[in-house]
Design a protein around this ligand. Sequence first.
Ligand SMILES: *Cc1c(COP(=O)(O)O)cnc(C)c1O
Length: 428
Amino acid sequence: MLYQRSSQLFVEASKVIPGGVNSPVRAFKAVGGTPIFVKEAKGAYLFDEDGNKYIDYINSWGPMILGHAHEAVVNAVIERAKLGTSFGTPTALETKIAELAVAMVPNIDKIRFVNSGTEACMSAIRLARGYTKRDKIIKFSGCYHGHSDSFLIAAGSGLSTFGIPNSPGVTEGTAKDTLLANYNDIENVKALFEANKDEIAAVIIEPVAGNMGCIPPKADFLNQLRSLCSQNGTLLIFDEVMTGFRLAKGGAQELFGIQADIICFGKVIGGGLPVGAFAGRDEIMNYLSPLGPVYQAGTLSGNPLAMAAGLQMLTELNNDPELFKRLDEKTAYLEKGMHEVLSNNGVAFTINRVGSMISVHFDKDPVYDFNTAKNGDNDTFKKFFHELLKKGIYIAPSAYETWFITDALSYEDLDYTIQCVDEVSQNL
Ligand SMILES: *Cc1c(COP(=O)(O)O)cnc(C)c1O
């Protein structure tokens, strides 16, 4: 494959955009080489500026659960655009998508739309702090909740101790209110509650972690977390930006039968346009401005194009009761196939999967938290990534990312992928 035009575009981009990208992981820094510049996409495939075709396992980092350029979603946006693209007033469309989301997701009465997952999580924390009148939050090492200050504490790399910021620009004052726990370690959370009695506003968690590879919650871990929060007057926030409308119609809450207090959304809920949202029961959501004292706003929040895309996406998901089962089966097929060829080729690996989220770790031991995720062999991953890319398979350019399976993938695509993984893993 040739990447001439992508390389040229990257040079040009780097002159006027920091690092040539508008979001860091796109830059291929973790794997080396030049990012591919995508020109268009359809269904399960990406086409880059050099005319190369790829089977896409990133899918815009999750949103394109039905595949790229889904006809109904694209048409909804086109038709809506003709009516004007932003008004700064309420629209009937916002109520429609809110009603549908409330109907699909268990345990929420009201939902507020924002423009990204980052905004959703940031606002959820403010709401939790305002509602409980407490300052501290617990987050888990390796969980990502967007790039707002409170969350850039062990959000994907670096040493995990108490409140050490991951990024310059995050003040110690902010960091000290973020307590860190290890994923899947309930004793650790208990100890934090004991040491900070009546001070913890919220525990925020990815109910299935997806930003350190895919890490499933251990049996009962989420249940125990739910109980601990209830006992301590602390709100449980499920960051379902990845899992929402992906693992089930009602996301992880439905899949695991656990009720959180605030639920954050992003990715799938926008159908590929910039949308985030947070939701909960009346008593909590009514604390938001203009009803309540906690301020939160947005010029383009509930933007008609974004809402049209999101509404069409949710409608498609809601009308297809077999979808989540199909996604689960396709991903299980991929898991089984890769498991077989990696084993046969003597590679040390672990595959984690929940529904249509899956990750391959180059470590033979179980991966269940950030520390074990970091044990993976990065050099092997880099080789794996680049060799797959050469064969037209696009996985995330970082060992800490989940692959997202879309309904547009055919079993032929999956077979080809498994065959490529077989070939590549013979020389890892
Ligand atoms: C992607 C992601 C976010 C951030 O969403 P953006 O739209 O990128 O701001 C937050 N939480 C989780 C779990 C995510 O995967």
